[in-house]
Write a protein that binds this ligand. Structure first.
Ligand code: CP
Ligand code: NVA
Length: 298
């Protein structure tokens, strides 16, 4: 049975810290291996990407494999060839699928009808590769992640959901501040809380950030929600992470998965200021993903 990485919870609790430690080792020692020699991994992207695409292409090469990029725009995916057919065809050519798409159920279809590993490179519901990189970024500063408080300020979106799962996996306290109507999915929240996630929900960003060591936010309208931009700008008024909000944290670091909308979800001063660790997050995509691929293929 192939291993898949669809959410952070797919890595067993007793292995997930080891994946982070390995990512750190790969980063510090500039690890290159031949783990994926002779293997071709397909990157199937139905949404735009800079970091995820490039860090996976580079990471697969650093592990000795061949990445092949497939855009939905110029493949039959864009002309509605059923995913269950695509899955069976691509399984005959390649050794893994790294997929950025809309609904998470599309990944489930690829898993059901294909017979090669599937990696979630972002869906509407989750962004687990990003949040594993974020865990590495926090771990580099706070080796015992269970001792930190993390604030999430903004949309209860794919990133928030993966942080909720990460709270279950790594044991940190997660305080989310979301405007009414933009809470995380209660099913995702309940499942993670049952697995030990320590999550609180508030409407007040100051409450969430109070005493936090890390303050995260994300765009107010994610890919696919562009038509809601204006409505969301109104709903998220008061949710910008600025210096006054950051000051409520415990020497808090600012985190953002990028790309950012400066002056919207975060002020220019915070984003470009000394508390911002966003470039380390971006770099850590490469190292975290190499460790995830090793967890799948070793
Ligand atoms: N953070 C992130 O996933 O960036 P890209 O959309 O550029 O891949
Ligand atoms: N929530 C954002 C993350 C982008 C990396 C989106 O889904 O567009």
């Amino acid at each position: 049975m192939p291993k898949h990485f669809l959410t952070i919870l797919d890595i067993p609790r007793d292995e997930v810290r080891q994946v982070l430690l390995r990512a750190k080792e790969m980063k510090d020692n500039k690890v290159r291996t031949d783990l994926l020699a002779g293997k071709t991994l397909l990157l199937i992207f139905e949404k735009a990407s800079t970091r995820t695409r490039v860090s996976f292409e580079v990471g697969v090469r650093q592990l000795g494999g061949d990445p092949v990029f497939v855009s939905s725009r110029d493949s039959q995916l864009g002309r509605n060839e059923p995913l269950r057919d695509t899955a069976r065809v691509l399984s005959r050519y390649a050794d893994g699928l790294i997929v950025r798409t809309f609904g998470q159920q599309k990944l489930d279809t690829l898993v059901e009808f294909g017979d090669i590993p599937v990696v979630n490179a972002l869906t509407d519901e989750y962004h687990p590769c990003q949040v594993m990189a974020d865990m590495l970024t926090m771990f580099e500063r706070t080796p015992d992640l269970s001792k930190c408080k993390v604030a999430w300020v903004g949309d209860g979106n794919n990133m928030a959901h993966s942080f909720i799962n990460a709270s279950a996996a790594f044991g940190f306290e997660l305080a989310l501040a979301c405007p009414e109507g933009y809470d995380p999915d209660p099913e995702i929240l309940d499942k993670a809380v049952n697995l030990g996630a320590k999550v609180t929900l508030t409407r007040d960003p100051a409450v969430a950030v109070s005493g936090a060591h890390y303050v995260n936010t994300d765009v107010w309208a994610s890919m696919g929600q562009e038509a809601e931009q204006k409505k969301r700008e109104a709903a998220f008024a008061g949710f910008m992470v600025d210096e006054a909000l950051m000051a409520k944290g415990a020497d808090a670091k600012f985190m953002h998965c990028l790309p950012v909308h400066r002056g919207e979800e975060v002020s220019e001063a915070v984003f470009e200021g000394p508390a911002s660790i966003v470039w380390d997050q971006a770099e850590n995509r490469l190292h975290a993903q190499k460790a995830i691929l090793e967890w799948i293929y070793k």
